[in-house]
Design a protein around this ligand. Structure first.
Ligand code: AVJ
Ligand code: FE
Length: 444
């Protein structure tokens, strides 16, 4: 029951892979920042988001700190701006007032840093320091840029005005997917000690023994969520936790973010376009409190992150934990809706090739899924390479989300990957599925 992941690769193969993932991240950052004019780049579209130009230069600054200076031992490119782009020095709401690099300067800066990174990548040996072994620091920086790209995509969703992004629609449902799946009792390996680019909060791999449970075969859809709304779910305190009800009331929530009544039905505004709700598409832009209330209304609960991960990794034939629900091979467009190929979650049933052996669908991609678990370190956790990535967020304030969304790049998505946010947040591409304990008659 070990999770054997790829052993060390030949250095040329690793170098090519690093160049490819860094290049893909940069293409996306450029797309997201060239889609709007300079005025739009420096503006704040929401007090909980940074101006896009801050994200861009912050991505370059992290790359400079870790790759140019630390890994490469090179001279700083812009020592003077470290403080401006330290996420812990300035809360998002204060960032527009800072003397930030302008759009042109930010573009030049990130390009200069990237040139130095490609230069040092040429001569690097992937051994010695833990930061460099298996190209970890490069993988970490590619994941970091892609995470900010997803954040920038969420900022795009919050901006007003005519649409500037477009993409083909996601695939239609190919198979019917309904109901629940029984996951038998027993241990599985959670997290990983061997995946070379797993981040500190995914480590170490450890055995977790779970009783039998039942998990929804698919994320909760717009149609299902609408039934909760129509049943008065938002006006009925008994479905909500204490903090959830208080937040619902003070924030005046009555539906997922971006939903609008459209005559007799509902629609939503997505990246500047208004459209009627697609009934079999996973609901998106709900907070943890809303997910928890829906689950209570449905007579269920949210899964723990261990339950989510076992469903997404455990192979009932070998007992092994795998990298994805379908096995160890990297995601293709047939497996999952990832990487901003589409600007929406795909309807339930659109990815039969991505299902788990037990028949759980769309765990990876489409929408991040809220779990009931607070964000904590695994037993034996050690911060690496810096406490501010994960450790400072451990505790009861943040809940874990799993599986990635249509806006998550594959480099930052795997069945061990852990995202987290405050329970009130819903500007992220967040949805959920429900779970429940197995009844004695179901366990057999
Ligand atoms: C893992 C998405 C919660 O954006 O706050 C980016 C990722 N950490 N820069 C975040 C991150 C540092 C993080 N999340
Ligand atoms: Fe960051």
């Amino acid at each position: 029951m070990t999770d054997l992941r790829q052993q060390s690769q030949p250095p040329e193969v690793l170098r090519d892979r690093i160049a490819a993932v860094l290049g893909r991240a940069r293409d996306r950052s450029i797309l997201l920042t060239e889609a709007v004019d300079d005025d739009d780049l420096v503006r704040q579209h929401s007090p909980i988001m940074s101006p896009l130009v801050w994200d861009l230069a912050h991505v370059g600054n992290q790359e400079e700190l870790w790759l140019v200076r630390d890994v490469g031992g090179r001279e700083p490119v812009r020592h003077d701006i470290d403080e401006l782009y330290d996420a812990f020095k300035h809360p998002r709401k204060d960032r527009p007032a800072l003397p930030l690099l302008g759009p042109g300067e930010a573009r030049t800066y990130v390009a200069t840093v990237r040139d130095k990174v490609f230069d040092l990548l040429d001569g690097i040996r992937f051994d010695g320091r833990r930061l460099v072994a298996d190209g970890f620091a490069f993988g970490m920086i590619a994941q970091h840029e892609q995470q900010h790209d997803e954040t920038m995509l969420a900022t795009h969703q919050l901006r007003t005005g005519p649409p500037v992004l477009s993409a083909p629609p996601p695939p239609a449902a190919a198979v019917p997917v309904t109901g629940e799946v029984l996951i038998p009792a027993g241990p599985f390996v959670m997290g990983s000690s061997t995946d070379p680019w797993a981040l500190d909060n995914e480590r170490p791999g450890h055995l977790v023994d779970l009783p039998a449970y039942v998990l929804d075969a698919a994320p909760v859809t717009n149609a299902e969520y609408l039934a909760f709304v129509a049943d008065g779910g938002y006006t009925e305190p008994r479905w909500w936790s204490g903090p959830g009800w208080r937040h619902r009331s003070s924030a005046g929530l009555s539906a997922p973010m971006h939903w609008r009544r459209d005559g007799t039905g509902w629609g939503y505004r997505r990246f500047g376009r208004f459209a009627p709700l697609v009934p079999d598409e996973p609901v998106v832009h709900v907070g943890y409190h809303e997910a928890e209330a829906y689950a209570a209304w449905a007579g269920k609960r949210l899964p723990t992150e261990a339950e989510w991960e076992k469903a997404a990794r455990w192979d009932p034939v070998s007992g092994r934990s795998r990298r994805y629900p379908w096995g160890d091979q990297d995601p293709t467009p047939e497996h999952a809706n990832l990487g901003q190929r589409h600007l929406a979650p795909a309807p339930v049933g659109a990815y039969p090739a991505g299902a788990s052996p037990l028949g759980v669908h769309q765990l990876i991609g489409d929408v991040w899924e809220w779990t009931s678990s607070p964000f904590q370190g695994y037993p034996g956790f050690t911060a690496f390479p810096y406490r501010e990535y994960s450790e400072v967020f451990f505790g009861p304030d943040h809940r874990v989300l799993r599986g990635g969304s249509f806006g998550t790049d594959p480099v930052a998505c795997r069945s061990t990957f852990r995202n987290w946010d405050l329970p009130i947040r819903r500007q992220i591409f967040s949805g959920f599925r429900c779970a429940r304990y197995a009844r004695p008659d179901e366990v057999g």
